[in-house]
Write a protein that binds this ligand. Structure first.
Ligand code: ZN
Length: 320
């Protein structure tokens, strides 16, 4: 009788142990995250995460390459969704702003996970939204600049040629840009000619090949929206889009400016000029007195807490 009790207890102990281990493994599996936005997103990390994301969520993510940077790094394009309406998000135009890449990758993972599992995200029906619209994401348009900022000079904003990509786009006022910088620089100059850089050319080609309804270019810092300028005026749909973003994030819309240096070569300014459709520059993260990148450890309070629904909210309206 005593022997039986010992065997019985051992079996029960084993069953409990197996049950606990299974539960833990299931918990880890469900909560496993590919994207880690709490450390700096360099090119290698982006490369690894983006490939893992497209493998894990192949039902809703397609990965392609739209070009190469000056130093031969891939310029990735993530296609997220299956809808007819196409919109474009871009990040890391400036080397110091790699937190915008982390933001776009985190957004991709969370939305893809909810799409596959048919879960809502903050009450938003992700499956329905991404069956209606497709978000095209270029998470890091300036990988060389990001590597320079992380490995060479903390304030490096330009591409590898020392050009500020957001002054390199061929608007009608490009010739009027005069920042006082006429040669390669860590902050960048406008370039020797409009669209001289492989990164800006890749974005221009992308826009020419897709009928994007609008584009959002993510930068840092300021928590503000640059949605209009004195050159293009207010393009159709831009007030509505600006208000949706303001409501979703709390970021402040800025007044139109007559400063030609701020609008004559920007990607969003060019998009508005070229297509007469909304193009908005979104400055994520709070401003501070420093030009240095923020500490990624605080990604949630810096970016995610305010901007996590933005990608869904902008495709939720029929103004598309
Ligand atoms: Zn920027």
């Amino acid at each position: 009788m005593k022997k039986y009790n010992i065997s019985y207890n051992i079996i029960m102990l084993l069953i409990s142990f197996i049950f606990i281990i299974s539960f833990l493994l299931l918990y880890i599996l469900i909560n496993h995250k590919i994207v880690n936005p709490y450390i700096p997103t360099n090119y290698e990390k982006l490369n690894n995460e983006i490939i893992e994301l497209s493998d894990e969520y192949s039902e809703v993510i397609e990965l392609s390459i739209i070009g190469k940077s000056q130093q031969d790094r891939n310029l990735y394009l993530i296609k997220l969704g299956k809808g007819q309406q196409k919109v474009l998000f871009t990040g890391a135009t400036h080397g110091t702003e790699y937190i915008t890449s982390a933001y776009l990758l985190k957004m991709t993972e969370e939305y893809a996970r909810c799409y596959i599992s048919e879960q809502k995200f903050g009450g938003r029906n992700v499956k329905q939204l991404l069956d209606n619209a497709t978000i095209y994401i270029v998470p890091m348009i300036n990988p060389d600049g990001v590597e320079m900022a992380l490995n060479y000079h903390i304030n490096w904003r330009a591409n590898a040629n020392g050009v500020n990509l957001n002054q390199n786009f061929p608007t009608n006022r490009w010739d009027d840009i005069d920042t006082g910088i006429y040669q390669p620089d860590i902050n960048g100059f406008r370039g020797y000619s409009p669209a001289s850089e492989p990164e800006s050319k890749a974005l221009i080609d992308l826009c020419e090949n897709y009928n994007f309804k609008f584009m959002l270019s993510f930068h840092a810092k300021g928590e503000v929206l640059y949605w209009t300028d004195d050159n293009t005026g207010i393009v159709p749909g831009s007030i509505k889009l600006m208000k949706i973003i303001e409501k979703s994030t709390g970021y402040k819309p800025m007044e139109s400016t007559d400063n030609v240096n701020s609008y004559a070569g920007g990607f969003e300014n060019w998009f508005r000029y070229k297509y007469n459709r909304p193009g908005i520059c979104i400055e994520l993260t709070p401003s501070n007195d420093s030009k240095d990148p923020h500490n990624d450890k605080y990604f949630n309070s810096l970016v995610w807490d305010k901007a996590k629904y933005l990608g869904l909210d902008v495709i939720s309206d029929n103004f598309l």
